[in-house]
Design a protein around this ligand. Structure first.
Ligand SMILES: Cc1cc2nc3c(=O)[nH]c(=O)nc-3n(C[C@H](O)[C@H](O)[C@H](O)COP(=O)(O)OP(=O)(O)OC[C@H]3O[C@@H](n4cnc5c(N)ncnc54)[C@H](O)[C@@H]3O)c2cc1C
Length: 1004
């Protein structure tokens, strides 16, 4: 083995595949000299011809570091949520294959098993993306129920190729024009150089992206395996017409006599056509192709990518996906110059397995279809390849699907097609049979209705990026200027999210902040929905932790709340597993009545791991209870805002530094027209987002919206905060310790501990509070204490006229359950979902205000619960809290819990059963008895199940790494508070600036 690294690569092929390969190689392996022979892609290179893509294209763009603006908006891509299949099985309605979860697992069993037993509505009715698509709407994944799905794009192929070309050249890829004349080999059969019209191109490695002809790879040994007996379609027609006014977010594939017809609606054009078998339908026309795949796409120093490796019909639009996946694989497996067989063999194995499973998935559509024509009868009788036969046998027996490593389509996709085409297993999971179906049926109906309602509320193609500035979705009512006032956590979270989701090419986003005023500077503990926010923004978790010096949080430990000397844990995730439709805590209550058992937190994966100082990332398909672990983060608030600022500015947000001294409103409707800075600069806007903190510069000072004061239920109105040195390794949880007139928080970060005392000025003065905080620190203080005043409550309308208040300007509930950042996130998600146009329809505003009011009130009740449910009588403060009246809505919940431990989640309430159970039990609201339904279960079996779960949580937690070990491996910040390393030297890429292209061509 030479061990010499590969220095130069030549890519042959100038379609999307070729340019994507060149860009990815140069971007991710910058030391390489990458040249491309940009031959126009042939008509049968489907990866370069089919506009519909799978969700993987977005990850590919993300890995390249392309902004949403460049990769989607400026290339005029549209969004797609899936495919509607019509007429594939006679007698059955059409069905939708969308990407992502269908329903949720129930009592530890897969959702489809329950559906098979009880489902009375189509399987796709439980898929958020399908629900949206069927309504002709689009919404980016956000909060439940419209979460947990992915989407693909409909590309404008020429704009996408141009963007990738501009990007690759910006990175330094050299471009050669002309056609391929010949291939020169060395004695060992490897390629030495390719001959072009303009000269010779030599390299260490060659990437063949020339389409099915595989003009480089075909000059070497080995041929494609023929798949025509399984995929007999061999003609494809492609036609385009101008786009419709509101493109559908689902494409359509309709079965025909000898194949299928399709329609893909993009933002710029609609693509239609047909794919058929010329043996069964000899009509002329169409592009000829023959399905098959190379067993060895990589031979010597030539790697075939995309259609050069695998040719399949575009059913399910896998062609570009396979190409991008091959590029990814090549980048990760880049060998030395001698291309050792052990590396190429692994590349070939993975590529082969992946292509084989794609073939099986496509064939699945044919062999499970039921139609009378000869083509379909032939397909129904075809002898199956082993892998597909295995899958179908497993499914037919008990509805199970075997696991394959290199699978393009997730289990839910296989299920969507199998169940959509009427395939049913002989039996279902016996565990499911044992469960009472009534609550499951009711739960499924609720889920379905929630999805349908959420879909109906979404905007028609709201975020389809049909957004060339002149695109069909933009009109004279489109909001053109959004002004965010304030650059604290709220301002930058909003700016980051808008930069991604309002990137329509028209709406400009400006943020104004004042260094002189500064931010509140606290707010460092979060709750699990923050994971969704990060996912929506495509934020890498390791990078996020590094940049914010973050740690993981598994819940909150409450000390001295129920009574002095007591502690309990409020975990994320849930307690145990429900059995036969009965909530776990009901079983625990019954068991506890029989004999003493451990605290309920021993049945929470998050609590058990937290107790041991352990952490592990829960893979959703993990076989062990680790998948029950749910987490959030602690982070440094200042670094978080800075991190989001970089993100937002990369996405095109303009930041203006300056103090706002004037707000101008319009005479005719009272809307805010502009804000004026101290230096006289006037900033106009259509929509203003008030993130100015407690004062509410626009929502209150300018619009006089009004505020509901909730101090009578939550008397704390002051806080004093101070960071201190870490006393040891950071715990994976927040601690809230009740004190005489309030409580103290303790938030461990990687480089310090955040501390603060929240208290009521009626019961304690500021100096005493500061002294109490300093006396209770576990390490040296690292700064002067900072005093903060607040009034608990909420703005009467979070959205008033053209101002939407986010963050502290919208209201404040003390940070006992770390909910404020969630209010911001939730406000942003709702604002995006209800985003107005210049007409400011009151329906959207009222809906937003209703949802935010409910959220605030639900959280208020949950936080008040902690004060009310106490036995403490040692100070006037606690006597006041214990004996105060509480909101009627909370009293009802307490009474329900006290009677039989019942918890009902109302509407979209944030805190669910686990939370209420943890706090009520932890603070002595103990149910008089349990639900009668729990008595129906066999006592001994329940006891055994509890014992088994207990053991499992303990054993799994033991095996996890410590929290500190996990952070060190996956997201350690550079040594103590070190500044972020400088951004890569590469100047920022913008497709807009790159066109027309600066001539950086190279000469041979
Ligand atoms: C004691 C305490 C503890 C907290 N702990 C948590 C927690 O653990 N978890 C959690 O989720 N939340 C917590 N929060 C809430 C959290 O801190 C806030 O929700 C979050 O920081 C958002 O603040 P903001 O961006 O709305 O306001 P700020 O941080 O106050 O930002 C206001 C911005 O507006 C700008 N501004 C104001 N006036 C002008 C002007 N005239 N001209 C120009 N710019 C102006 C300021 O410069 C600043 O950039 C806590 C809050 C407090 C008070």
């Amino acid at each position: 083995m030479s061990g010499a690294p590969i220095r130069s690569v030549v890519v042959a092929g100038g379609g999307i595949t070729g340019w994507a390969a060149a860009a990815a190689l140069k971007r991710r392996l910058p030391h390489l000299d990458v040249a491309i022979l940009a031959i126009a892609p042939p008509e049968d290179a489907f990866a370069d011809r089919i506009p519909a893509t799978l969700p993987s294209v977005l990850a590919f763009h993300g890995d390249l570091g392309l902004s949403e603006g460049d990769a989607i908006v400026r290339t005029r891509a549209g969004f797609r949520l899936g495919t509607r299949f019509v007429g594939w099985t006679q007698g059955l309605p059409d069905y939708v294959h969308s990407y992502g979860a269908h329903g949720q697992a129930i009592a530890g069993s897969a959702f489809h098993q329950h559906w098979l037993r009880t489902g009375d509505a189509a399987f796709d009715r439980y898929a958020p993306a399908a629900a949206l698509g069927r309504e002709g709407r689009f919404l980016l994944p956000g909060e439940p129920p419209v979460d947990g799905y992915e989407y693909g794009l409909v590309l404008d192929l020429s704009a996408q190729t141009a963007m990738l070309r501009a990007f690759a050249r910006h990175l330094g890829v050299r471009e050669a024009a002309g056609d391929l004349r010949g291939v020169r080999h060395r004695a060992d059969g490897s390629v030495e150089a390719i001959e072009t019209e303009a000269g010779t191109l030599a390299a260490d490695l060659f990437v063949d992206a020339t389409g099915p002809a595989a003009r480089l790879r075909s000059t070497m040994e080995g041929a494609r395996t023929d798949w025509r007996r399984w995929l007999p379609c061999d003609r494809l027609a492609i036609e385009t017409v101008p786009a419709t006014a509101a493109p559908a977010s689902l494409d359509t594939v309709e079965a025909a006599a000898a194949g299928w017809r399709y329609r893909i609606e993009g933002a710029v054009r609609t693509t239609t056509g047909a794919c058929w078998s010329s043996v069964h339908d000899p009509r002329p026309g169409g592009i000829a192709f023959a399905a098959g795949s190379h067993a060895e796409p990589w031979a010597k120093n030539v790697v075939a990518i995309g259609d050069a490796a695998t040719v399949v019909e575009p059913l399910e639009w896998t062609n570009l996906h396979l190409a991008l996946s091959g590029i990814d694989r090549l980048v990760t497996m880049m060998p030395d110059r001698d291309c050792a067989p052990v590396e190429t063999a692994e590349f070939n194995r993975q590529a082969r397995d992946e292509a084989t499973r794609v073939r099986d998935f496509l064939l699945l559509h044919y062999v499970t279809a039921r139609r009378p024509e000869p083509f379909w009868r032939d397909m129904a009788a075809v002898e199956l390849p082993d892998t597909l036969a295995h899958t179908l046998t497993q499914f037919a027996e008990r509805g199970r699907l075997p696991f394959y490593e290199e699978e393009t389509f997730a289990r839910d996709s296989w299920l969507a097609v199998l169940l959509g085409q009427g395939v049913r297993p002989r039996r279902i999971d016996p565990m499911v049979e044992a469960i009472d179906p009534a609550p499951i049926i009711a739960g499924m109906a609720r889920h379905r209705e929630a999805l349908a309602a959420a879909a109906a509320r979404a905007h028609p193609c709201r975020l389809s990026s049909g957004a060339s500035p002149t695109g069909p979705l933009m009109n004279e009512h489109t909001i053109r200027q959004v002004v965010i006032v304030g650059g604290g956590t709220a301002g930058w979270m909003a700016a980051a999210a808008f930069s991604r989701f309002l990137a329509n090419g028209v709406t400009r986003i400006t943020l104004v902040e004042s260094d002189e005023i500064g931010t509140v500077g606290v707010g460092e503990a979060t709750i699990p929905p923050i994971l969704t926010f990060n996912r929506m923004l495509g934020i890498d978790e390791g990078e996020f932790l590094r940049e914010t010096a973050g740690t993981f949080k598994l819940g909150i430990e409450f000390v001295d709340w129920g009574g002095l000397g007591e502690r309990y844990f409020h975990p994320f995730g849930f307690h145990g597993r429900d059995l036969q439709g009965v909530h776990f805590h009901q079983l625990w209550l019954r068991e506890r009545a029989r004999h003493p058992i451990p605290d309920i937190s021993a049945w929470s994966m998050s609590a058990v791991a937290a107790g041991m100082g352990k952490f592990g990332r829960p893979a959703p398909d993990a076989q062990s209870a680790v998948k029950d672990l749910l987490y959030a983060f602690h982070f440094d608030a200042g670094r978080y805002a800075a991190f989001l600022r970089r993100y937002a500015e990369r996405g095109g947000v303009t930041r203006i530094e300056g103090k706002i001294e004037g707000v101008e409103t319009r005479a005719q409707d009272g809307h805010v027209a502009s804000v004026t800075l101290a230096d006289g600069q006037r900033i106009e806007g259509d929509l203003f987002v008030d993130c100015s903190g407690f004062r509410g510069l626009l929502i209150e000072e300018a619009l006089k919206t009004g505020y509901d004061d909730w101090t009578r239920w939550l008397p704390a109105d002051r806080a004093v905060a101070v960071p201190c040195a870490l006393p040891g390794e950071p715990d994976p949880f927040t601690r809230a310790t009740a004190r005489g007139s309030g409580w103290q928080w303790r938030i461990p970060l990687q480089h310090r501990m955040g501390n603060g005392l929240v208290y009521s000025s009626r019961f304690m003065d500021d100096d005493a509070a500061e002294a109490e905080l300093l006396a209770n620190l576990e390490g040296e203080p690292l700064a002067d204490p900072r005093r903060i005043r607040f009034t608990t409550g909420r703005r009467r309308q979070c959205w008033n006229k053209n101002v939407v208040a986010l963050g502290l300007s919208s209201g404040f509930i003390e940070p006992l359950e770390s909910t404020s950042i969630h209010f911001i996130q939730s406000g942003i998600a709702r604002l995006i979902a209800l985003f107005p146009d210049l007409r400011f329809d009151p329906i959207e505003r009222d809906e937003y205000n209703r949802q935010m009011r409910d959220l605030y009130e639900d959280v208020r009740d949950f936080v008040v619960l902690h004060y009310k449910a106490t036995r403490r009588s040692d100070t006037p403060f606690w006597n006041h809290c214990r004996t105060m009246d509480v909101p009627e809505s909370l009293q009802r919940k307490i009474d329900l819990f006290r009677a039989k431990g019942r918890v009902f989640r109302e509407g979209q309430e944030l805190f669910a059963t686990t939370s209420w159970v943890a706090v009520c039990l932890g603070q002595h609201i103990v149910p008089e008895t349990h639900e009668p339904a729990a008595d129906a279960l066999d006592e001994e079996k329940v006891a055994a199940a509890l014992a088994q779960m207990y053991e499992e949580y303990q054993a799994v937690a033991q095996r996890l790494p410590t929290h500190a070990e996990f952070i060190a491996k996956s997201g350690a910040a550079s040594p103590l508070a070190a500044p972020r390393p400088a951004e890569p030297a590469l100047p920022t890429f913008s497709f807009e600036n790159e066109t027309p292209f600066a001539d950086r061509n190279f000469s041979l």
